[in-house]
Design a protein around this ligand. Structure first.
Ligand code: SAM
Length: 482
């Protein structure tokens, strides 16, 4: 039997089944243990230090007790704490991105995914470089600056060379004042050598969802194809880090397995990256299984209620306070509204999950990966965020200034967010408002900027930010950053 060891690079040792089962037993036994729960909440609270606020986070045992706890007052307290942590380290900024589907050719057979190899009636499309160029122009014309590229796994149709060439194409396009300044990549687990190539191509985060940490279920949900190899998939982030990528994004596809198991596995994965590779995950995504072509989510019997989903998000926020959290348009406006406060720091907007979807007038469904619940335009999403008092941010500064991996974390930990991320968010919002927004969004956006500028503590930074925003409004000068 494998022994749990977070420092090991072997999947069965750092995501150890017995360790998860024991964690869940402990959580169940202690879910009403008020003394322990109070201690855990105290430990997770932001503490004042000479460099500002600091949080220690929680390990998977402690966080699992919180997740198991069903006492309404405690859940309320967890939500208050999650909001406090979110505000302390991420402020009220929400970063925006869009997915860009390059190709849905795939040789895997993931039973929840419409791109599975046996699906013979879905349109299979692979974008040419010219088509990618058109998609990118459409995305730039909306105002996007940050993309996540997505592709099925197909060694001959979507080899690494195709992905690298596509990244180069995306970065090379500057339409009007537009630019894609950060390309995150969500492609199947690959080799250290390929991760090194992705790093050299200038990617932001490498994102790979574990789908499920439960090995037996994983093998059944991925019956054939390279993705069937649980260990290779689970150890992918170790190889990515070995290849020099220090911003990696984890995620579970909620609904496939029991959520408490997934939650413990996800935190163990984060602890492992910190222990074995020296830096925890940059982001955690929280997708839920959705209806799609040939896919009926109700066949997976572990679907979550919105309430449990919110609780998971709050518990992740409390356990890993410095890790960004991503939510896609799989979720409705209503759900997104609630969880933005509880810990989400990045959302996608105006997404099309079909290959070539952005250049079509009408939302196409024939090659879609999942049904999009939030179908609003980017301008509507921006207006809504402003109404909810969240600052929409198109910032990509950290990655471009080399503040990746633990260098980004130390910015967060040293309380420099208000002198750095906050003005960067305001300047990129000013770019969006000037170049792409409707009159109504522009009006409320600039009045938000005026108010938010006052919150920048350092006088010099405040003056420079205000000057840059004026330059954005009155000239074609763009891309200012701290
Ligand atoms: N082929 C790569 C891989 O296997 O990791 C890229 C990922 S795929 C384009 C992006 C993600 O979409 C998957 O990792 C999966 O979690 C999610 N996904 C697939 N089918 C879904 C569905 N029906 N509903 C919601 N999300 C889905």
């Amino acid at each position: 039997m494998a022994i749990y060891n977070p420092k090991s690079h072997k999947a069965e040792e750092f995501i150890n089944h017995e360790e998860i089962l024991e964690t869940l037993r402990y959580a169940e036994e202690n879910k009403h243990n008020m003394t322990l729960i109070r201690q855990i909440l105290e430990k997770a609270r932001p503490q004042k230090t000479e460099n500002g606020l600091h949080c220690t986070g929680l390990n998977h045992w402690e966080a699992s007790v919180l997740l198991a706890c069903d006492i309404p007052e405690i859940i309320e307290e967890m939500y208050r704490l999650a909001k406090e942590i979110k505000l302390a380290f991420y402020g009220n900024r929400i970063v925006l991105f869009a997915p860009l589907y390059l190709s849905n050719y795939c040789i895997n057979s993931c039973v929840y995914c419409p791109y599975h190899t046996k699906n013979k009636h879905i349109s299979r499309i692979k974008l040419t470089q010219e088509e990618i160029q058109k998609e990118v122009i459409a995305l730039q014309d909306m105002g996007h600056k940050r993309l996540a590229i997505e592709a099925g796994e197909h060694p001959s149709m979507n080899p690494i060379e195709y992905i690298l060439e596509s990244i180069k194409t995306i970065y090379s396009i500057n339409h009007k004042n537009g630019a894609i300044r950060r390309v995150n990549v969500n492609i199947a687990a690959t080799t250290v050598e390929n991760y090194r190539k992705l790093k050299e191509a200038g990617i932001g985060t490498y994102i790979l969802f574990q789908e499920t940490y439960h090995k037996q279920s994983y093998l059944e949900l991925h019956p054939t194809g390279p993705k069937h190899d649980y260990d290779y998939h689970t150890e992918a982030m170790d190889r990515a880090m070995e290849g020099g990528i220090d911003d990696v994004g984890l995620g579970v596809l909620f609904g496939l397995e029991k959520y408490k198991y997934e939650f413990a596995g996800l935190l163990m994965h984060a602890e492992h990256l910190e222990a074995a590779c020296g830096c925890g995950p940059h982001t955690i995504s929280v997708p839920r299984v959705k209806r799609a072509d040939d896919i009926d989510p109700s066949v997976f019997d572990n679907g979550l209620s919105d309430e449990i989903f919110e609780k998971i998000i709050a518990c992740i926020r409390i356990a890993v306070p410095y890790t960004g959290m991503i939510m896609s348009t799989r979720e409705s406006q209503e759900v997104r509204e609630k969880v933005l406060e509880l810990g989400i720091s990045q959302i996608s907007g105006a997404s099309r999950t079909s290959v070539g979807g952005y250049t079509e007038e009408e939302r196409p469904h024939d090659s879609e990966q999942f049904d999009v619940s939030d179908q609003r335009t980017l301008d509507e999403v921006i207006g809504w965020l402003i109404d909810q008092k969240h600052i929409p941010s198109f910032c990509t500064a950290c990655y471009r200034e080399g503040r990746t991996g633990d260098r980004f974390m130390s910015l967060c930990k040293n309380g420099q967010i208000l002198n750095c991320c906050h003005p960067n968010a305001l300047m990129t919002l000013a770019e969006y408002l000037t170049d792409y927004a409707s009159e109504e969004t522009k009006k409320k956006g600039f009045s938000m900027i005026e108010e938010e500028l006052k919150k920048i503590p350092r006088e010099k930074t405040r003056e420079i930010a205000a000057r840059n925003i004026e330059a954005i409004k009155t000239s074609d000068c763009r891309d200012f950053r701290f």
